[in-house]
Design a protein around this ligand. Sequence first.
Ligand code: CA
Length: 517
Amino acid sequence: MKPAATVALIALSLLPTSASTQSSRAARPNIIYIMTDDHAAHAIGAYGSKVNKTPNMDRLAREGALLTSVFATNSICTPSRAAILTGQYSHLNGVTMFNRFDGNRMTVARLLQSGGYFTGMIGKWHLGSDPQGFDYWNILPGQGVYFNPVFYTAMAETTYTGRYVTDVITDLALDFLKNRPKGKPFFLMMHHKAPHRPWDPTDEHAAHFATQRIPEPVTFWDNYETRTDALHENQQRVARDMTNRDLKLPPPEGLAGQALARWRLLKPDTVTIERDGKPVTLTGEALVRWKYQRYMQDYLATVQSVDESVGQVLAYLDKAGLASNTMVIYTSDQGFFLGDHGLFDKRFMYEESIRMPFLVRWPAAIKPGTRSGAMGLNIDFAPTFLEAAGLPASADMQGRSLVSVLRGKVPATWRTSMYYRYYHDPGDHNTRAHYGVRTMTHKLIYFWKKDQWELFDLVNDPYELHNLYGQPGQEVLTATLKAELARRKREARDDDQLADAQLPNGVDGTAARLRGK
Ligand code: CA
C-alpha cells in the first residue's frame, strides 16, 4: 500500500467533548479489541484490497474510523503482543523475540481491571506465560491449531473436536459478552489465530477461492537490486521457501511418523499437479506463480472466517443494544507480505510488514467515515483504551492515546516519525536484525550486524525498490535521517542492552502444567 496521500479529517462539532464523555463513570465505553495474527491491511476491502472482500471489516470502517498509518514497532507476533499490552517498546517490556513475557508487569488489562472493568482474554495469547489482569481467560497453547483446537484456562484444558479455531473463539467471546456482570463496562481481547501460517481454511472457505486467480502484487518479481545483503539472504520467499506443508501437497503414500514430518518441511522445486485430467509438472516461473496462488488462496480463505466472526460480534452488539457505547477495534499484530517483494512473512521494516490495519467503531464518540493518516504505533493502543475508559495511562507507557486522532483532531504535537527495531537474528526465515526510523516521507534502516543501510523515499518510491543510501546527492537527507534515528532511539530509551541478547523462549505456564499431569 502507498502511504496515505491525503488525510481527510472531518470536523466533529456535533460530537461530545472528551471531558463530557468521561465525566460519568456509568457512560464509560465497553471495549472489544479484535486482533488477528498476520493479517495485512492490504487484504481488507476498506484498505483497497485487490485480492479479497471483507464486508464486515468494511462495516467497521464505514461506521467508524480507518487509520492508514499505524505501525508495529517490532513486526513479529510475540513482541507486538507485549508492546500492545504494556504500551512499551520491546527493549523495555523485555520481549524482543519469542521470549517469555513477565506477567507481573503493568499492562493495560491490569489497569482497566483495577479501574472497574470486567476483563477477558480469548484466543491466541502466545506470550509464554499465563495471562494476568483478566477476570476470565481462555487461550490457545502457543500458536494453537486451526482444527480440533485445544484451549486452556487456569483450571482445565479442553479439546474442541470437530471445530474450527475461529468459530470456537467467536463462540467463547459471545459467551463472555452474554455472561458478563451487567453492572460494569467490559474489556475483551479477542485474539484470532487466523490468518497465521500454515493457513488451514475450512472446506467452505477454501472452495470460495479454489477457482479464483489472485492478482500478483507489483513487486512480486522484485530482484532486490540496490538493496542490502539482508534482503538477498532472507528465507521467506514464495519462490523457494514454501514447504510441502505450506502448499498442502499430498504426501507420498506410506509415509508416516518422523519421515512424514521431515517431508512436510521440504521445499519443493518441482510440483506435479493435475490439469484437465492430465499430470503436469511445474518448474521455474510457472511453479512460483502456482505457489503464490496456493498460498494466497488459503491465506485469504482463513481471513474470510475472521470477517464472518466480526459480523457475528457486531450483530450481537446490535441485538443487545450495546453498539453505541462499545468501542470495537479491528487490528492485527503486524502486517504481512502477500507476495510483496516475493515474500510471505513479516519481520522486515518494509511497509507491508509494519503497517497494521486499524479500524475503530465507537458510535458515541467517533464519526462514521473518519479517516486519518496520523502516525500511530502499537504502543499507542494501551493509552488509547485507558483514555477511552477515563483512566490515566501509566507513566511507564511510551505510546500516546489515539483518542483525539479517532475524533478527527490530530494534536499539533503529534509524532511525524517512529522508531523500529527487529531482533530475531539468527532466527526463523533468516531475516537480519535491524533498526530504523520512518518519517512521513522517508525510511532509513540499519542492519546493525551487517553494518549496512537502506534509505527509501516513500513519496516517489512507495514500494521501496530503490535504496538511495550512499547515492550521490543524498548526503544531506542521509545525515538528517541519521540524526532523527538517533533522536528517536534515545527518546525510546533504547541503549542497545538487549541488542544481541538471546533470551530463552517462553513456555505456556498452565498449559505446560496441565500437560505434565
Ligand atoms: Ca503475527
